[in-house]
Design a protein around this ligand. Structure first.
Ligand SMILES: [Mn+2]
Length: 313
């Protein structure tokens, strides 16, 4: 990868010690079934980010001044399981360094590792998934770390809330919690879904965005596009509310599958990432200290038990 700093920001804002934000690229595409190319996602995202204005009009901030450290890419790809393990370890390492950790994939199986790390470091974790696909298969094509299984573990160990879903296998209904699933065809005719979803969240929220959650009219460059997806401003409205009302502990964005002709998707991904950082740090002065509030008593525990509904919302 040619890029040395995120978005071409100066060294002053990109050192690990002084950065509040860490960005981990994971150019992995080992199990995708239809179109290959998510391994090229991080590079296209970083390239678009370099060509983006760094002043956010809406929040009137320049969030890069909080410091963004671009970590070495996770390139382990000998098997889906070893990739997930590497992502898990690296994510945890930076959470322990008291950073706001973000990850850019890669296909959605990357999130098995990110969710595992955040779930170990934060009690009563909500995972908010924006996605066209349920991704709840326990196993697919011989691996539990396939992209079609990206959210199975989260469904068993966290408070999983699924938004934008419009494609699944009937078998996934046995795993799915329909109370916490917001199907795209219902969202299209009822705008109360945003508040309803937020009411179901615990304080600590990790967001995983599969870019195919967006409508293919604005996000064509993804491995398995599905009609009827989210649009730009409704997504931002929802995300902004989540950042305002909850402690968002980190996020990942996955499944950018760049294409040679249409670059708008790369820019959507770049802008989405920057918007989310802008919402997170909107009310923090860049010179103030940051505390990512991870629970050190939780560090060596494996939160492998099922999330309990009596855990506080
Ligand atoms: Mn997905």
């Amino acid at each position: 990868m040619q890029t040395k700093t995120y978005a071409g920001i100066s060294e002053e804002f990109s050192k690990l010690e002084t950065s509040k934000i860490v960005l981990i690229p994971v150019p992995y595409d080992g199990t995708s079934t239809w179109q290959k190319g998510a391994d090229k996602g991080p590079e296209a995202f970083l390239h678009a980010s370099e060509n983006m204005e760094l002043y956010d009009i809406e929040t009137e901030t320049e969030v890069y001044q909080q410091g963004v450290f671009l970590a070495d890419a996770v390139t382990e790809n000998s098997s889906p399981e070893t990739m997930v393990d590497a992502v898990h370890q690296v994510t945890k390492k930076y959470i322990k360094k008291n950073k706001f950790v973000t990850i850019f994939g890669g296909e959605h199986s990357v999130s098995i590792g990110t969710v595992r790390a955040f779930n170990e470091m934060y009690p009563s974790l909500t995972v908010l998934q924006l996605d066209a696909h349920a991704d709840l298969r326990k196993e697919y094509e011989g691996s539990a770390c396939n992209h079609a299984c990206a959210m199975y573990e989260a469904s068993q160990t966290t408070n999983l809330i699924q938004v934008g879903i419009r494609s699944m296998d009937v078998m996934e209904k046995t795993v799915m919690d329909e109370e916490k699933t917001y199907f795209a065809h219902e969202m299209a005719v009822d705008d109360t879904w945003m508040d309803a979803a937020i009411d179901q969240m615990t304080e600590n929220v990790f967001i995983t965005i599969d870019l195919d959650a967006f409508d293919p009219s604005i996000m064509p460059s993804t491995g398995t596009p599905e009609p009827g997806g989210l649009l730009w401003y409704e997504t931002l409205e929802f995300l902004k509310e989540v950042f305002q009302e909850k402690n968002v502990v980190g996020f990942d964005i996955v499944e950018l599958c760049p294409n040679k002709i249409d670059k708008s998707s790369d820019f959507l991904a770049a802008k989405l990432y920057y918007k989310m950082l802008s919402y997170k740090f909107q009310n923090e002065a860049s010179e103030d200290d940051y505390d990512n509030s991870f629970d050190s008593s939780n560090v060596n525990k494996n939160n492998n038990t099922k999330f309990q509904d009596q855990d506080e919302y």
